[in-house]
Write a protein that binds this ligand. Structure first.
Ligand code: FAD
Ligand code: NAI
Length: 468
């Protein structure tokens, strides 16, 4: 503390205003805490500014463009379909992102959360210093919730800059590339790759492991791979990226595939090989907060760290790096600070990949159920048997239920297909509530809806299929 810098006392301070931090701050305030939130860059965090929301806006733009170009199935022909990319970017940034992020600031104010702009550093176990340009202020706190999020991993040979970009660069390209190379065929690579494949770029995805989108099951990823190929994209698995060299307005990527060195050229190369937690730059060690070997904060089931007055949530704690997981942990931590007994339970945590088709999963797969010692039955209902999907001309995929053998309890589901993210919601509730296949089969589902595929899968799980 410098001379004259008197520490200001705070009750609960939240660091980071992403889907973890802003939700924690609002919930803690609702539970009667006096709360301040510190944010150094943008309200809404990665998710609202350079993640979930802008990516979904571009995915939608890609769909509209692609469908406008190819409406033949419906007996429609179009001519002169064009995209004004500057206008698309302007809509994404100034209407979608701006609307959502200003909403976050408004919600914080409405809930009487004090907003502190600047970067927070822990100086000891109950003190932070907030630096905002030339200004700095010290604060002491009773409780802190750390939600500093994550940033893209940079790999050797692919230093970000110019035509070598990270996911943020991929969201803000100044033009639609003619050739676009993606390193890493995981969630971001496949989602943003699909944007540009729909917009007519020649996309090449180099995935280091043996499976494209390895966090989803093979039969699901294969559907997306086929769609990419139908749109002229190339997907190479077992392809380890080695280096990129910019030559004028092109970039040459070298990779290794089956022991051979190969190259591919593009206008831009986007590197999306995972994200690193922001735990190395805010003085956590000075606050007595322990990290694991991957740099993630060690927490208990309420998000409490090795310093009992400091909680950690979101991308900086173990588990999937997902916005809804961050918000869920936020509510648990806010409750714990207010004396609540809530604990995290990830058994029904959904995960979605917004590709064509969408992939969505919650709870157990057949494999993980087996590992957990559960005896399960797996039932798959294809969207080809669902009238709404056929009428949408979007019926590649299925609803798969994983149910216990003895009493049909739904312990997991995988959905691939149109609006899979929304179709999964009903099944997520079923898993969370411990419902069985009868509960879904006996629920009247409106006709014709995509969610009927879930009812059909449940009936099939009971051995009473009508539509298959
Ligand atoms: P963040 O959202 O990263 O927020 C952390 C905040 O803390 C930031 O605003 C940062 O500026 C601030 N901060 C950091 N350090 C300090 C400090 N010392 N002092 C003050 N402030 C600080 N997830 C999904 O569930 N669905 C999706 O569709 C999805 N799409 C994505 C698409 C892309 C392209 C990317 C990159 C990510 C996507 N994610 C998605 C992941 C999701 O964005 C993250 O899981 C989520 O944002 C994590 O929330 P968080 O609150 O932990 O951290
Ligand atoms: P990811 O872990 O999903 O995928 C990274 C991929 O890169 C992996 O498949 C990996 O095998 C591959 N890879 C690693 N090193 C490589 C190399 N040198 N050469 C070639 N391939 C290599 O990570 P990604 O896509 O960066 O996303 C980070 C996180 O962000 C995700 O795990 C997810 O939690 C979150 N996210 C969630 C979304 C959603 O919920 N829809 C959307 C986007 C991101």
């Amino acid at each position: 503390m410098v001379v004259g810098d008197f520490a200001v006392e705070l009750d609960t301070v939240v660091i980071g205003a992403g889907p973890g931090g802003y939700v924690a701050a609002i919930r803690a305030a609702q539970l009667g805490q006096k709360v301040a939130i510190v944010e150094k860059e943008y309200f809404g965090g990665v998710c609202l500014n350079v993640g979930c929301i802008p990516s979904k806006a571009l995915i939608q733009a890609g769909h509209v463009y692609h469908q406008s170009k190819h409406p033949e199935t419906f007996g429609i022909s179009t001519q002169g379909v064009e995209i004004d990319w500057e206008k698309t970017q302007d809509w994404k940034q100034n209407q979608v992102v701006a609307k959502m992020t200003s909403g976050v600031e408004m919600l914080l104010k409405k809930n009487k959360v004090e907003i502190l702009k600047g970067e927070a550093f822990f100086s000891d176990k109950d003190t932070i210093r907030v630096v905002d340009g030339e200004n700095a202020q010290t604060y002491t706190f009773k409780n802190a919730i750390v939600a500093t999020g994550s940033r893209p991993i940079q790999i050797k040979g692919f230093e970000f800059g110019g035509r070598i970009i990270d996911s943020t660069g991929g969201l803000n390209l100044p033009e639609i590339p003619k050739d676009f190379v993606v390193i890493g065929g995981g969630i971001i690579g496949s989602e943003l790759g699909s944007v540009y494949a729909n917009l007519g770029s020649k996309v090449t995805i180099l995935e280091g492991s043996k499976q494209f989108i390895p966090s989803f099951e093979k039969d699901m990823a294969r559907l997306v791979e086929k769609d990419f190929k139908d749109k002229g994209a190339t997907i190479v698995t077992n392809a380890m990226a080695k280096s990129a060299e910019t030559k004028g307005d092109r970039v040459v990527v070298t990779y290794e595939h089956k022991g051979e060195e190969k190259t591919v050229e593009a206008d831009y190369v986007m590197v999306t090989v995972g994200r690193r937690p922001n735990t190395d730059n805010c003085g956590l060690e000075q606050a007595g907060v322990e990290l694991d070997e991957r740099g993630l904060v060690k927490v208990d089931k309420q998000g409490r760290t090795s310093n009992p007055n400091i909680f950690a949530i979101g991308d900086i704690v173990p588990g999937a790096m997902l916005a809804h997981k961050a918000s869920f942990e936020a509510k648990v931590a806010a409750s714990a600070i207010s004396g609540g007994k809530d604990e995290v339970d990830y058994k029904a945590m959904p995960s979605v990949c917004y590709t064509d088709p969408e992939l969505a999963s919650a709870g157990h797969t057949k494999e993980t159920a087996k590992e957990a010692g559960l005896e399960v039955t797996v039932t798959k209902f294809p969207f080809g048997g669902n009238g709404r999907a056929v009428a949408l001309d979007s019926y590649s995929g299925f609803v798969r239920l994983v149910t216990t053998k003895d009493d049909n309890v739904i312990v997991g589901a995988q959905v691939a297909g149109p609006s899979a993210s929304d179709v999964l919601a009903e099944i997520t509730l079923a898993i969370e509530a411990g419902m069985n296949a009868e509960d879904i089969a006996l629920t009247v589902h409106a006709h014709p809806t995509l969610s009927e595929a879930t009812m059909d899968a449940a009936e099939a799980a009971l051995g009473l299929p009508i539509h298959m």
